[in-house]
Design a protein around this ligand. Structure first.
Ligand SMILES: *Cc1c(COP(=O)(O)O)cnc(C)c1O
Length: 360
């Protein structure tokens, strides 16, 4: 028997979640964000599962876009980081990919390109995140250069929110105001919303949304938020018990003896560790499910193994299924316990974890 680790991916859940994003913003088209190998879920499989209904896809950079084109994905594909050199502009042209233009240099590369067919592009404003994009005061002039360029067919005006996952903070409304003022005179479609804005900021929806994390059924918010209730987790990370032992009070478990048994404790070992992508910082008490019963991590996470408290789970023998996150344990709960976010849990899934696809 192979090592019992796997990530089961429900493609029907991804489709359901994409439809939720569309239903929340019914007047907008939605780019399914599948960068970073679809947040660890497998970009080609996810894009194929959405191919009949997605208005388009977004990836970070050229090679990620080419992978989808080579897998016969025909919908628009946006490169969120744009291109890194003028050479990439030629490859992008041949593959029919759409660049984000976030800097003057990229704008010059696009204006100076000699594409075989007119290009679509997205022009990015820095409305307050202060990471990428044109300053609001430079935006209209950059837009005018694109609008006048003979080999530019269309421009979408975009910006990105720094704090949309904080529904009670007014920074998102401030970014929306900055964007609205700087684009008031421009006649082009608009795109602002990541998952958090799709879920919590209806006024930001615009013409194109860009849902990412919600497609995979995780919440972009810290703590509970009602809007995520209808999402379905796409990934279940699961393993099995490969060892069970009974320890006495006072006996430590694992590296550094971080956990010390207070009473007689049955401890199980599951074949999953930080080299698979399980967070090494998961503290004692991080939830985990064994045979459908919720228990906790005890002791430090090792490279290939984790130790679990089996107290009260009498039927947990070697071979018993262990869910690290998925339908029973939310990735958000594991992330929160471990001081990280579900995005990082998903994208950290290592190559050594087979992805097993399921669909209805
Ligand atoms: C990654 C990304 C998104 C998707 O964000 P989520 O929080 O996963 O929904 C949207 N827009 C841009 C520019 C991104 O980089």
């Amino acid at each position: 028997m192979p090592r019992p680790i796997r990530a089961r991916i429900r493609l029907d859940a991804v489709r359901h979640n994409y439809r939720q994003a569309k239903a929340l913003a019914p007047d907008a088209r939605a780019l399914a964000v599948v960068k970073a190998n679809a947040y660890g879920h497998g970009a080609v499989a996810v894009a194929r599962a959405l191919a009949d209904e997605a208005d388009g896809f977004a990836v970070a950079y050229l090679e990620e876009g080419l992978e989808l084109r080579e897998s016969s994905i025909r919908a628009p594909i946006l490169l969120l980081d744009g291109v890194f050199s003028p050479d990439e502009m030629r490859i992008l042209d041949r593959a029919g990919l759409t660049p984000v233009i976030h800097s003057r240099l990229q704008l010059e590369w696009l204006l100076g390109a000699r594409p075989e067919r007119p290009l679509d592009c997205w022009l990015k404003m820095d409305s307050g995140m202060h990471r990428m994009g044109f300053a609001p005061g430079d935006f209209a002039a950059a837009y005018a250069q694109l609008a006048e360029c003979r080999h530019v067919r269309s421009v979408v005006l975009m910006s990105h929110f720094a704090r949309a996952d904080e529904p009670d903070h007014d920074y998102t409304a401030q970014q929306m105001r900055v964007f609205a003022e700087a684009t008031a005179a421009l006649c082009a479609p608009r795109s602002l919303s990541n998952s958090a804005a799709v879920l919590a900021w209806p006024r930001a929806h615009g013409d194109w949304t860009r849902p990412g994390i919600m497609l995979y059924g995780a919440s972009p918010f810290e703590g509970a938020h009602g809007s995520t209730a209808s999402l379905r987790p796409a990934m279940t990370l699961e393993s099995a018990l490969i060892s069970v032992r009974d320890l006495d009070p006072g006996e430590p478990v694992g590296y550094g003896g971080r956990f010390v048994c207070e009473r007689p404790t049955r401890v199980g070992v599951a074949a999953v560790g930080y080299a698979d992508g399980y967070p090494r910082h998961a503290p004692d008490g991080t939830p985990v499910a064994v045979r459908g019963r919720i228990t906790r991590i005890v002791g430090r996470v090792s490279m290939d193994l984790v130790t679990l408290d089996l107290t009260g789970i009498e039927d947990a023998a070697i071979g018993a299924p262990v869910e690290l996150w998925g339908g029973q344990i939310s990735a958000n709960a594991v992330a929160e316990a471990s001081g990280t976010i579900a995005y990082q849990l998903f994208t950290n899934i290592n190559r050594r974890v087979p992805l097993i696809y399921e669909d209805d």
